[in-house]
Design a protein around this ligand. Structure first.
Ligand code: CA
Length: 404
């Protein structure tokens, strides 16, 4: 075998490894959905209201966990017996967490975090009441976050304490996405969600690597409402009530979100460019209130799954499982009800989505599932408030799946 051939074969192997897993097959919505079992990650560790768990690019060993009050801890995945969570960053001074839905809500590491040290934090602040999207940078000398590096990218006025969203994340396109709730109270009294000239009730998409027109970010040229006087150019999708959690599927590259309902229906949406997801005219697949005159678009995108308030009252969006450990779970989108603790699985493919299946039900334990996280290897972790909203918090992993 000549040297060129060996090099090209090695290159092929490397390229193969670098490629994302293949997209689901057209009939991927038809396969069986297995039940799962969960067990504690870090069984001796107690957290306070953990709301997100994630890894940083270039670091497969650490798990970062957000506590809602404003602390980010860094855990070593190889030290299961840890009893104290080491603080990585503490912004409790800046974060306002008086309301149940206020606080430090989400973190996204820049895809080039290993080189540029940038990360983006979404949290509630006060006087005046608002949500902030702020960029921080890790200090190169100390290797720790530099609080003074804070650069506010967005300030979103919040009329009420509830419905703040929100998940901040980077898409496979390198753009930053952020889900923002409808502003709160009930019924969306100011009609934010059907009015995309406000950022409330939307998912936005911005380019944080460029600063243009006096803004600390740029508007991607292919955003759906660029040049539309009736909508803000940041908006990617709207008609959303309160997408607490959303995620990109590594396989299909689709953006899945759980949109929390009001009186009757919780829903899962696949959030696409320019889509109007219906709130407050629709709740789930059902009429909620009449459309107002002059609406930009009344062609509502229906959810891919829903459940009624007999089965749960507040959806926590999860992830499509793309790990290697449980082949029968491949391609299944997992999501939960925060309050009832039930976990569902849903398979979607090019032909649409199948029916969701209950994969786990809470027994004697009292987990309230606040969030899912995806590790670099595709395995999932879950964050829980145990014993109710003021109880201790914990982390969980999937440790067994039917048929594996
Ligand atoms: Ca909807």
């Amino acid at each position: 075998m000549n040297a060129n051939l060996i090099v090209s074969m090695l290159l092929a192997v490397l390229l193969q490894q670098a490629e994302p897993p293949t997209s689901p097959l057209p009939n991927a919505n038809k396969g069986p959905i297995p039940r799962i079992r969960v067990s504690r990650l870090f069984p001796s560790l107690q957290l306070r209201r953990p709301v997100q768990a994630l890894q940083a690019p270039g670091d497969a060993r650490s798990l970062f966990v957000l506590e809602q009050a404003g602390r980010i801890v860094r855990l070593d995945l190889q030290d299961a017996s840890v009893t104290e969570a080491p603080t990585w960053m503490d912004i409790r001074e800046q974060v306002h967490d008086r309301g149940n839905e206020e606080g430090l809500l989400s973190l996204a590491f820049h895809p080039k975090f290993a080189e540029n040290g940038q990360f983006f934090v979404y949290y509630s602040a006060t006087s005046p009441r608002r949500s902030e999207l702020t960029r921080f940078t890790v200090d190169r000398t100390s290797g720790k976050p530099d609080i003074r590096s804070a650069k506010v990218l967005l300030e979103i006025p919040q009329p009420y304490s509830n419905h703040n969203g929100g998940t901040v994340l980077f898409g496979p396109d390198g753009m930053l996405y952020l889900s923002i709730g409808d502003g709160g109270a009930a019924n969306d009294p100011h009609n934010h969600s059907q009015n995309p000239s406000t950022l409330l009730g939307t998912v936005i998409r911005i380019d944080v690597d460029r600063a243009v027109d006096g803004k600390p970010y740029a508007i991607p040229a292919d955003n759906p409402f660029v040049g539309n006087a009736k909508a803000a150019p940041e908006v990617w999708a709207y008609g959303l009530r309160n997408v607490w959690r959303m995620s990109f599927d590594r396989g299909s590259r689709k953006l899945y979100g759980g949109d929390v309902g009001q009186n009757a229906w919780e829903e899962i949406d696949i959030i696409q460019r320019g889509g109007n997801y219906g709130w407050n005219v629709r709740e789930g697949r059902h009429a909620f209130a009449p459309a107002r005159p002059g609406a930009l678009n009344t062609d509502y995108v229906e959810p891919v799954a829903e459940y009624g308030h007999g089965e749960g009252v507040s959806v926590t969006g999860g992830f499509v499982y793309r790990g290697a450990r449980f082949p029968t779970l491949q391609g299944v989108y997992l999501y939960a009800d925060y309050a009832f603790g039930t976990i569902w699985g849903l398979r979607c493919g090019d032909g649409g989505c199948g029916e969701p299946v209950v994969v786990w039900k809470r027994g004697a334990a009292t987990q309230m599932w606040s969030s899912f996280g995806e590790l670099h290897d595709g395995e999932l972790v879950l964050c829980a408030f145990d014993g109710g909203e003021s109880g201790p918090g914990s982390l969980w992993k999937i440790d067994d799946v039917e048929g594996n």
